[in-house]
Design a binder for this molecule. Structure first.
Ligand code: ADP
Ligand code: MG
Length: 468
């Protein structure tokens, strides 16, 4: 069975309160019992002196038996005690209550006499069960007259009598414990509802909504405690969920868009050939166009796979010693044709012939290719490109500069996000907007940095690598 937070709190608090009351009551009653018995004893012993004097007077013949009996009776009822008087042989000769008069003339003390004779009092917890119904507490006090043992006073107080005030005491303790439990349950109910249960209910409700796809829902709890923190963290989580959801939608729409245009062209070209709209002699040309489009698709899919592998942390880098200068030279040569076509002036300025860095060769080629590809793509006809390597401390900085338009301020941050193209109209045919995000992802995984700077007459991309 699922227990509510409230019932758990109530059970815990009630247990704590009950336990503390039980412990307090046990200590108090232990102390109180001892104290009470002590008080009682002092009271009885105080009266003993007077009873002793009376008994001696009677024994000496200066007080009548009747007078002494009356005195004993009033003393007994005043002290709630049965008082017997015994002579120096332990034989009873007077009792305070008429009910016990059959004891008169009987010897009731034997071994206690030894103690009493030498002037010591005797205390007994339970005895005389034949005379009294319940348990009694008995004090025996010797009567000494001019240092001679003349008999003893025996006083019995029923334990029930003594315990009665204790019982009252227990009642009060239990009544206050129950009252405390009731009050604390009310207080706990009020506070747990206000502080914990209601806010948790709200969070729960919103979590339920979010799990059903309403990612724009938020929790409104403004308490300055852990629950408030929880609500804030929850909202942050909801926010990032919403962002992820937005990204996912955006991503799907971007990918579909990127795939649709080459597919449309391919379909158009092949369709034209199949139904004879394209003349036979041009078929080859259109097929080559379709081939270019499939290449574009392949590149797009490869880029996407790379990106998703990098982002999922599945891309394992093969770390080795790589000659970055060699990579730059090979890449520039690879683009020879494109450079000639656009009449670009390329300047390669490398420090040392060979410059070894730590990295993954294929990925470094990918980075340099992307940057040089961009430089060629975004420089103006007859523009210039400058590739440089510089060693500074244990770092190697590679920069790729191209003359041309600067990147607008509002685009500077965005160009690293996937599918982002600053000039949508111009670059739609030849770009995917994935290159720079791949560059950045790989370098991040290598623990390195990449950034862009606008120069007077162009743009410079710079990235760092670890020198060996
Ligand atoms: N050398 C550059 N000069 C000017 N703009 C650039 C340069 N390199 C990148 N950009 C801008 O950054 C955007 C993103 O680049 P990238 O991720 O490589 O995608 P793509 O090259 O496919 O457009 C480009 O669309 C372009 O607007
Ligand atoms: Mg690019």
């Amino acid at each position: 069975m699922k227990k509510s937070l409230f019932s758990k709190l109530v059970i815990t608090f009630a247990t704590i309160i009950t336990l503390s009351f039980v412990i307090t009551a046990a200590f108090l009653s232990y102390w109180f019992e001892g104290y009470y018995f002590e008080q009682r004893k002092t009271q009885l012993l105080n009266e003993c002196e007077y009873i002793g004097v009376t008994a001696v007077k009677y024994l000496n013949g200066s007080l009548s038996y009747q007078r002494m009996e009356e005195l004993l009776q009033s003393m007994g009822s005043y002290l709630y005690t049965d008082i017997w008087l015994a002579d120096n042989y332990g034989i009873v000769y007077a009792v305070s209550s008429k009910g016990n008069s059959e004891l008169i003339g009987k010897q009731i003390l034997s071994e206690e006499l030894r103690e009493l004779r030498i002037g010591k009092s005797v205390e007994k917890r339970d005895g005389y069960s034949s005379v009294f119904k319940g348990p009694v507490h008995t004090y025996m006090v010797p009567i000494l007259y001019k240092d001679v043992f003349r008999g003893s006073i025996i006083m019995h107080t029923s334990i029930g009598e003594i315990k009665e005030p204790l019982e009252r005491f227990y009642e009060i303790i239990w009544a206050s414990a129950s009252l405390a439990i009731i009050i604390s349950v009310i207080v706990i109910y009020y506070f747990s509802q206000k502080i914990i249960i209601k806010p948790l209910g709200k969070i729960n409700h919103v979590a339920d909504k979010i799990s059903k796809g309403e990612v724009d829902k938020r929790v409104y709890v403004n308490s300055q405690d852990e629950i408030g923190d929880l609500a804030n963290s929850f909202n942050l989580m909801a926010e990032s969920l919403e962002k992820i959801e937005d990204n996912r939608r955006q991503f799907i729409s971007n990918v579909s868009h990127e795939i649709r245009s080459p597919l449309t062209s391919i379909k158009g070209f092949i369709g034209g050939i199949l139904d004879g709209v394209i003349p036979r002699e041009n078929e080859k040309y259109y097929l080559s166009l379709a081939y270019d489009e499939t290449q574009r698709l392949t590149r797009l899919v490869n880029d996407l796979l790379d990106l998703s592998a990098i982002e999922a942390g599945q891309l394992k880098l093969r770390i080795e010693e790589v000659n970055i200068n060699e990579i730059i030279r090979i890449t520039v040569i690879k683009y020879e044709q494109a450079i000639k076509n656009k009449k670009i002036n390329v300047d390669v300025c490398l420090q040392y012939d060979d410059l070894y860095v730590i990295g993954d060769k294929d990925r470094l080629i990918q980075i340099v290719t992307n940057l040089i590809d961009n430089a060629i793509k975004y420089t103006n006809e007859g523009g210039s490109i400058e590739v440089m390597t510089r060693v500074k401390g244990d770092k190697v900085y590679v920069s790729v500069f191209n003359s041309g338009e600067k990147i607008k301020d509002e685009d500077l941050k965005q160009i690293w996000t996937r599918f982002y193209k600053a000039d949508k109209a111009r670059s739609s045919k030849i770009s995917t907007g994935l290159g720079l995000s791949i560059v950045r992802s790989i370098l991040t995984q290598l623990g390195e940095d990449v950034w862009v700077e606008n120069k007077d007459n162009g743009v410079m991309f710079i990235f760092s690598l670890k020198k060996i």
